[in-house]
Design a protein around this ligand. Structure first.
Ligand SMILES: OC[C@H]1O[C@H](O[C@H]2O[C@H](CO)[C@@H](O)[C@H](O)[C@H]2O)[C@H](O)[C@@H](O)[C@@H]1O
Ligand code: CA
Length: 575
């Protein structure tokens, strides 16, 4: 973007970078079209890197950009080692990585190991030549009653995890769409092929992988075919290779599972698996807690979340390219969330809700700020979804999850400044709804408005960056007398994390009305509080460890807690 006036800091070596990073999920197809083809591309994204640097994110996550028939947004890969021509060339991709690195931005890419597209040459060879080198690359059977305890994930479209192939005259296994055959991880040649894919992209400079659909690699009769020990064995070996050959690069698990199962994807400090895993259950509870005006769901799920090994970090998010999944809530909670957030059946997809952040929250600025404040202060490294920083809307008249994958809105001009193509040629139409039309919701307008959501988001990221405690600090729940007020501390006790000791108190009013609360801070009796945003002093914690606070509707505070006056720290913060 013109006039953003940025320096090019380059990457700094930091083995803990993933614990302090803010991630930004950006669909190459959706961000910026450099050549008027109607689809975003690598060069378009390169041209917008200054914007992302200015925003203050640290790492881009690129969903699949590989050769693909695009029947599942690219998660149907037809060649793991080539890029989709409409996105550009391999040199364009490497240029993207090096331009991102020059700006201090890391890049992780999606790796879909569980399945390929049915157009992948491995599958074509497997179906036509069962005794050939790829004959055993997929999961074939004559008996489609096998693995009956495995649930169907895409319930809107699939009725079985088996599909009959008329060429091979056998059934093949697929956990997702029937055009996405699962690879056979019992075959060592599949391991070798995947290790080669990982090396291929690591050699091109990527900083890590999001490991898509990782719980489903193996199948075993009598189980639900999720989270099997063999999957962990594979991940331990993959991690050992990555640590050995590409130290500092990360593996991020996408495992839509309960915390006790996800935590297994970190392995142990002695035998590590992934560096990060998305925390799926906490996400819907943020939305639930706000409508229920109760901190309980968030407090409880974090209490049920086991400690991580030292190398590990949660990935947190509010929205992504999929539906807002409701797999990790109870049946009653799901029914309530459909009622609150998806009253029109068109808003639903599979087990979830296909809407963006701003539309979910009815455009409420106070609610958008509150859920973002939670995202940025709860344990984990947050991941933003492109366009949510300006409050982009969705289009529930589009199919499936395309509802939330429309072109980025840069300006009020033709195609929202995304593309110079004829509007009919765009890969998806721009948002032109009454409330979220790109005429009003766009980067240019928000850059020009100091009070915009975009500037607010940037300010929040800057504060978070100045306080590594949000990345590496312990999470300590704080007892609140008011159920609607969620309070917790983030704590670095000493310099063992490689960061200065710090304590921050986060207090969040989940209710729509003002609330008062008494917090119990027994370990901080008499301590001084200071607002992280403006530096204002707050009344100190009482000598009995009690702190009385009042909060406005959907209000939140981030308060530094210190034993005494911290004038020098305040000076530092303002710099
Ligand atoms: O490659 C198939 C799918 O893999 C990911 O799926 C995840 O999203 C599903 C919801 O759409 C979710 O229910 C499942 O548990 C996840 O593994 C990927 O994010 C999808 O885009 C993709 O279709
Ligand atoms: Ca599988």
């Amino acid at each position: 973007m013109e006039g953003l006036n940025l320096s090019a800091p380059g990457l700094r070596h930091d083995p803990n970078w993933h614990k302090k990073a803010v991630f930004y999920e950006v669909l190459v197809r959706a961000f910026a079209d450099s050549n008027g083809s109607g689809s975003g591309d690598f060069t378009g994204l390169i041209n917008r890197l200054d914007y992302l640097q200015w925003l203050g994110v640290d790492c881009l996550w690129l969903p699949p950009f590989y050769a693909s028939p695009l029947r599942d947004g690219g998660y149907d890969i037809a060649d793991y080692c080539s890029v989709l021509p409409e996105f550009g060339t391999m040199p364009d991709f490497t240029e993207l990585v090096s331009q991102a690195h020059a700006r201090g931005l890391r890049v992780i890419v999606d790796l879909v190991m569980n399945h390929t597209s049915d157009q992948h040459p491995w599958f074509q060879a497997s179906r036509s030549d069962p005794d050939g080198p790829y004959g055993d690359f997929f999961v074939w059977t004559d008996d489609n009653t096998k693995f009956q305890d495995a649930r169907i994930i895409f319930v809107d479209t699939e009725t079985s995890n088996w599909t009959f192939d008329p060429v091979r005259r056998q059934y093949f296994w697929h956990r997702f769409f029937s055009h996405q055959p699962d690879l056979n991880f019992e075959n060592p040649a599949v391991w070798d092929a995947m290790f080669d894919v990982v090396r291929f992209w690591m050699d091109l400079g990527v900083d890590g992988f999001r490991l898509d659909a990782i719980p489903y690699l193996f199948e075993e009769e009598g189980t639900n075919c999720e989270n099997l020990p063999a999957t962990h064995d594979f991940l331990r070996k993959l991690r050992a290779m990555v640590d050995d050959e590409y130290p500092g690069r990360i593996m991020l698990a996408e495992a839509n599972q309960w915390p006790k199962d996800v935590v297994e994807y970190f392995g142990t400090d002695e035998e590590p698996e992934c560096h990060m895993a998305f925390h799926f259950p906490v996400m819907p509870r943020i939305y639930y807690a706000m409508r229920d005006e109760s901190a309980r769901p968030i407090v409880d799920i974090l209490a049920d979340t086991p400690e991580l090994p030292a190398h590990g970090q949660w990935g947190t998010f509010l929205r992504n390219h999929d539906e807002l999944t409701l797999e990790m809530v109870t049946t009653e909670e799901r029914a309530a969330m459909y009622g609150w957030y998806a009253p029109d059946p068109r808003m639903r997809a599979n087990v979830g809700i296909r809407r963006r952040l701003s539309t979910l929250l009815d455009g409420s600025r106070a609610e958008i700020e509150l859920v973002n404040a939670l995202l940025l202060s709860l344990p984990g490294s947050p991941c933003l979804y492109y366009g949510d920083e300006i409050g982009m809307g969705d289009n529930i008249w589009l199919d499936d999850r395309d509802a939330v994958r429309t072109p980025m809105q840069w300006t009020p001009d033709r195609n929202a400044g995304f593309s110079s193509a004829d509007p009919g040629k765009l890969y998806l139409p721009t948002i032109q709804s009454l409330v979220h039309h790109y005429n009003t919701v766009n980067v240019e307008a928000q850059l020009a408005t100091r009070s915009s959501l975009l500037h607010w988001t940037r300010g929040m990221l800057a504060i978070r960056k100045r306080h590594p405690v949000f990345g590496v600090g312990r999470y300590v729940p704080v007892e609140s007398s008011n159920e609607a007020v969620l309070a917790f501390l983030r704590v670095i006790d000493d310099d063992s994390q490689g960061e200065p000791p710090e304590v921050v108190l986060c207090v969040n009013n989940l209710a729509q009305t003002p609330q008062g609360t008494a917090l119990r801070l027994l370990d901080h009796a008499g301590h001084v509080l200071e607002d992280l945003f403006g530096g204002s002093g707050f009344p100190a914690v009482g000598s009995d460890g009690e702190l009385l606070l009042s909060l406005g509707s959907r209000d939140f505070f981030w308060l530094r807690v210190t034993p005494g006056d911290t004038r020098e720290n305040r000076e530092g913060d303002r710099g």
